[in-house]
Design a protein around this ligand. Sequence first.
Ligand code: ASP
Length: 318
Amino acid sequence: MKWKIVIHGGAGNITPERIGDREGDYREALKACILEGVAVLKKGGSALEAVVSAVKALEDNPLFNAGRGSVPNEHGIVEMDAGVMDGRTLEAGAVTMVKHIRNPVLLALKVLQESEHVLLGGEGAEEFALQHGFELVDNRYFITEERWKQYVNKFLSKNKKVVEINSLGTVGAVAVDKDGNVAAATSTGGLLFKHSGRIGDTPLIGAGTYADNEGAAVSTTGLGEFFIRTATAFQINLLHKTGTSLQKAVQQTLQQVKKLGGTGGVIAVNSKGEHVIDCVSPGIFSAVAEPSLKKIDNEFSVETYLYALELRCSTSHT
Ligand code: ASP
């Protein structure tokens, strides 16, 4: 069985005009982060360990809206969400509205491993973190200069609409390991200028994150409200489990998101090693890594995709 890992760094108004000369930075960052997951899978590690490693690296990279680099809410405070799921056992862990956890994905994993519960929020989640040896960090650690500028611009602008296409950048990973087990992880600062206490799709198992060996591992990014309303990740899993191809399952579900007025994208993988990256937005920062077919220069290959067109042109998705 061949391993494979797919990651995303958010979907939204990603066009060559908007990305400009930062394109190289995004591609390099995506490569560096996916390699963290590859290192786990190459050693024979599990899909769950691989997705958590890749998402941790994405959280640590300030380019993305998760961990350091998260967007502030309406009060200028970062509140983060994360979720993980193991397709082998259907065990899941998630945290929401955490303000002082350097790597929310690690806390979500701890909830999966050590708690009787699936989703912990706010102060209770941070209390659980302290009980399990996590360090609490100042909220200012998460806010980069660029994010603060975006916050101030929003604060000063007349347009206070939050659920809009520009403010995305969530991160996620899905993987299948050498034993055919799948897993998913997603992490986010949510939407810029969101209402304090707003919870998006990311930590909601079945909306932004889901994994089932008999169906698919799915991680979403986009306007969370629409993914919650369509139970996107679970819907894709169920469609695929009941006979729809993975590509069609993703397409059909995303069309429903679009019809409701939503925007964003999805990464998915199944236990056979088929994967799909798709979006109903101009682009999705994403990358795929798998053992190389040639095995001459390198043991594995990494492809990065930014724009929807690039995705549609890419030949093989399986
Ligand atoms: N889905 C995330 C949320 O709504 C945002 C994103 O994907 O960028 O919280």
